[in-house]
Design a protein around this ligand. Sequence first.
Ligand code: ATP
Length: 299
Amino acid sequence: MALEVKGATKKFGGFTAVDDLHLSVDQGQMYGFLGANGAGKTTTFRMILGLLDPTEGEVRWNGKSITYASSPEIGYLPEERGLYPKMKVEEQLIYLAQLRKMPKSEAKKQMEHWLDRFEVPHYATKKVEELSKGNQQKIQLIAALLHNPSLLILDEPFSGLDPVNVEMLKSAILDFQKQGATIIFSSHRMDHVEELCDDMSILDHGKVVVSGSIREVKRSFGKQNVRIKMDSELSGLADVHGVENYTATHDGALFRISDETAAERLLEEALKLGKLRHFAIEEPSLEEIFIAKVGKAYA
Ligand SMILES: Nc1ncnc2c1ncn2[C@@H]1O[C@H](COP(=O)(O)OP(=O)(O)OP(=O)(O)O)[C@@H](O)[C@H]1O
């Protein structure tokens, strides 16, 4: 097991920011950390990195605590971005990689590779403060992975990016995982976690409310959705036995059902209403699971 968090709790005075958190991430896995603002994601990352001491519990990376001496192995994209605004992009990227024990010539080579990959080679000689927020974010990600860490911790890596840049960073992060890195990232966006991760935790007020493999979490949730596309009025189908929730869509309706027999009943009733264009049983989204477990809409 590459990363293990065992019963980590962090209290600030009388306030418990993270409460008895357990997680384990195998080498080479991508792990997602979901939660609303203030749920405790950043605090957890800081405990993993050794920047904050847990009040209780422990964190192990390949059997040891993470300390300053581990920094060549660790990459961190902090939530509050930590680049020097007045320093040139290339100077600080090379400087940061050298701090993590990468030789200068190798750091320069890697930097050029990543600046090209993120389509910003022309920013190498610019000061960070001259870059847009999205481009600063790319530089911050390069700073986190340039020295080729085996554990990469990314706090909200996609925030503030347009959709094209989100895709660019996602594909880079996936490739970095394929090279064998263990990656943990936090997000407010459940769809990003669903797309990238095998395993995840949802935090709410410092506590894990759901965790495990996404496939398992969805299976154990037990509920499914039925999507129907047809032109007839479908609201009457909300009364079919086993339908828990009905949502009209632009081309039909979506039904949350308690079990698969309800899908059969829905199909039977829908066919009586007219011409059916589409009928599908879909698995629940993480967002639905979150709302069901935590009991509120998720921003
Ligand atoms: N140094 C601190 N002193 C006191 N309280 C703190 C401190 N750091 C964090 N907290 C509190 O702990 C809770 C968890 O904060 P944290 O930053 O870990 O949440 P988060 O899930 O990362 O939120 P966000 O998505 O907004 O970044 C919050 O209520 C926050 O106010």
